[in-house]
Design a protein around this ligand. Structure first.
Ligand code: GTP
Ligand code: MG
Length: 316
């Protein structure tokens, strides 16, 4: 085993205990984060001189595995390990090219009641199912920021699939996040927990609610985007390390929002948009029906699928 990132950061020339503490507080727990930072920014967060910051960054660049170029065949080999999780709706699975991909972030955005949380519950249940049935044979970790996790819904969905609800509930681990900082810390906790449980799915519902509530006004925008950006990259890394599905939700305001402008756009703007691998816009339709529109995907066409939310969960 190599050194942990913290040990590596500690070893960087110029990083003493006080600076290490400042870096940790600011969320720099990854060598790469320092390596790609600007001296000006690092100087600010660690309360050090810019020249010291520049030296630390240079050392981090040397120490970090910046990665390199890989040939397409190597990447294709890795792509083959990507698994696909069923949603319970054939139409929705088809929209996603056969299911929800591991090693990727899927963002559900839409207004209240559009089905974001229901989908997260269903994917949590489905992730526990055998791969022969479109599952991932794993556990789900859920970061619940709005306290909308309902074990009763899990029970209903499990029963509809003739699964033992108690068995499924034991495989779904839920943490409440009390604020955005806590939310980001829970990803570190998830990495810890993943040593104990075979996790295949991580949900953050809602990704943006705390950020939206805490970072108010134009002045806070840059900081909010920076925190969200780091959070998203931590999530992506989790998905990659554990070959897991990452699902996040993002509410769009139903009416115009003085701070965030265009009501039809999800908050988090381009940061969330560019980091999410797949973005699905959800809207309500008649009689419990929902319409999912795949907005952004690296390899799939923009298209729509209709699915149903009922007591039994998600279906066609
Ligand atoms: P916000 O978190 O408020 O942004 O909304 P959301 O997109 O997460 O909505 P959610 O997934 O919670 O959807 C709630 C809707 O799902 C309800 O208004 C119902 O239409 C539907 N729903 C939830 N549970 C049931 C159920 O047991 N039976 C049926 N038929 N519908 C349900
Ligand atoms: Mg919800």
């Amino acid at each position: 085993m190599g050194m942990t990132d913290e040990e590596e950061i500690e070893k960087l020339p110029g990083v003493g205990p006080a600076i290490l503490e400042k870096l940790k507080e600011a969320g720099y727990n990854d060598l790469m984060m320092i390596a790609v930072d600007t001296p000006k920014n690092l100087a600010e967060v660690a309360e050090i001189g810019e020249s010291t910051a520049a030296k630390i960054i240079a050392a981090a660049k040397k120490a970090a595995d910046v990665g390199g170029f890989e040939t397409g065949d190597v990447i294709l080999e890795r792509r083959k390990t990507v698994a696909k999780l069923t949603s319970g709706s054939k139409a929705l699975d088809e929209l996603m090219g056969g299911g929800f991909e591991t090693r990727a972030i899927t963002e559900f955005f839409g207004e209240f009641g559009s089905g974001k949380t229901q989908l997260c519950h269903q994917l949590a249940v489905n992730a526990t199912m055998p791969t022969s049935e479109g599952g991932l044979e794993g556990h789900t970790f859920m970061i619940d920021t709005e306290q909308t996790f309902r074990p009763e819904r899990i029970t209903q969905m499990a029963e509809a699939k003739e699964l033992d609800p108690d068995d499924i509930l034991k495989k779904i681990h839920v943490a409440r996040a009390f604020n955005s900082h806590h939310q980001t810390l829970l990803v570190d906790k998830a990495f810890e927990m993943a040593k104990e449980f075979p996790v295949k799915m991580l949900v953050v519902d809602s990704l943006t609610a705390h950020f939206r509530a805490e970072y108010i006004g134009r002045g806070a925008l840059a900081e909010r985007q920076q925190m969200l950006n780091k959070h998203m990259h931590d999530l992506l890394r989790f998905g990659d390390v554990h070959n897991a599905v990452i699902a996040v939700t993002n509410q769009v305001a139903a009416k115009p929002d003085a701070f965030f402008g265009d009501p039809t756009r999800p908050i988090g703007g381009h940061i969330v948009g560019h980091t999410a691998t797949f973005r699905i816009y959800l809207r309500k339709s008649k009689g419990g029906k929902r319409i999912a529109r795949l907005i952004d995907s690296p390899n799939l066409p923009e298209a729509e699928a209709v699915f149903q939310v009922s007591e039994a969960g998600i279906s066609d």
